[in-house]
Design a protein around this ligand. Structure first.
Ligand code: AMP
Length: 330
């Protein structure tokens, strides 16, 4: 892994990304520090706090795209010191999943993080995060960890919460930015922080999409052009559910059946689940009577894609998102 600062290694933004051209005026901008050391990450976050700066943290698995960029930009807008991490966490991948294939364009990511004004990039090795080998002591996500994504990916959320807890411990008191794209993960992180009294404020950042609605994801890189053309069907199904709710549909079974039908109509797409949940409790519901979230997971070619949308259960001009819902405390 090379940290050489050669601009020639800049391969341009990830597919679909709309990233800034580069640092907008370098005066007054600190050079980004890159570290693989957990102790150094902890020290830098602590030093920023001592200097009176609010610390913002954006955990990622890398292959940075405009969704990650939005998280970092949001953190930059709210915090004097912004750290991001890149760690493809083996603990959250199942044995048959894409751990070894997961994209790792580390040099391009470093350039991207720096161009977005990150102060610190933490890029630990597996040995740095799990010095005794994969940890025996883990965070139990509770019942929500076994449903929906958790049912499709057994052990996934235990792995996610364990690594997030470790990262939060290094961060110390601060703010952490997560994407609504992974809404169940976000709900579980919020529950962990509340249940385990972690001194971290969790901030929700709305999903960044391609113009055709496809949610940006590092896994979109697995799609060939034909599959890429099909992939927006997930958002199409969710948007259709939102339109139906706005039109007065309250029966979640109808919404689920229609979502499954829309995605299933694409021969290249294989539905894993569709669901409509109460956005507070994450229980599946039969009737829309309050903030509810529609979810879909499907395989498109080699990629497993997920997406979700908060349903506009109240009369209004547009689909609600995380900014106008109080429902993100799930
Ligand atoms: P990942 O690298 O996939 O683990 O994602 C790191 C963070 O970026 C998570 O909080 C994700 O929810 C968030 N994220 C991923 N894709 C998007 C997107 N399209 N829009 C907003 N946030 C995203």
């Amino acid at each position: 892994m090379s940290w050489a600062r050669s601009k020639t290694s800049w391969a341009g933004p990830a597919a679909g990304a709309r990233l800034p051209d580069g640092p907008a005026g370098t005066e007054g901008m600190r050079a980004m520090e890159v570290t693989a050391s957990a102790i150094r990450f902890r020290e830098s976050c602590a030093a920023a706090r001592t200097a009176g700066q609010a610390g913002g943290f954006v955990p990622t698995m890398g292959a940075l795209h405009a969704g990650h960029a939005r998280l970092i930009e949001t953190a930059k807008g709210e915090c004097g010191f912004v750290a991001a991490s890149i760690f493809v966490n083996p603990l959250q991948f199942g044995p048959a999943e894409d751990l070894s294939a997961y994209p790792r364009p580390i040099e391009r990511d470093r350039e991207t993080a720096e161009s977005l004004g990150c102060d610190l990039l933490f890029v630990p090795s597996e040995a740095e995060m799990y010095p005794r080998g994969l940890t025996e002591v883990t965070v139990d996500p509770g019942p929500l960890g076994d449903r929906l994504e958790g049912a499709s990916r057994p052990g996934h959320f235990r792995g996610v919460l364990t690594v997030v807890a470790k990262l939060f411990d290094l961060l110390g008191p601060g703010r952490a930015y997560f994407g609504e794209k992974d809404a169940q993960q976000l709900a579980l992180v919020r529950r962990m922080v509340a249940d385990l009294n972690m001194p971290v404020e969790v901030v929700t950042v709305p999903t960044v999409r391609e113009p055709d609605g496809l949610a940006l994801s590092s896994r979109n890189a697995y799609l060939d052009p034909t599959e890429r053309a099909v992939a927006p069907v997930l958002f199409e199904a969710l948007s259709d559910a939102a339109v139906r709710v706005r039109g007065g549909e309250r029966d979640a079974r109808v919404l689920k059946a229609e979502m499954a039908r829309t995605v299933g109509a694409e021969p290249l797409a294989k539905v894993e689940y569709v669901a409509v949940v109460d956005d507070m409790t994450w229980e599946e519901i039969g009737e829309i009577a309050g903030p509810a979230r529609a979810l879909v997971a499907a395989r498109v070619g080699p990629a497993r894609l997920i997406d979700n949308l908060l349903l506009p259960w109240q009369p209004g001009p547009s689909v609600q998102n995380s900014h106008d819902s109080a429902a993100n405390e799930g």
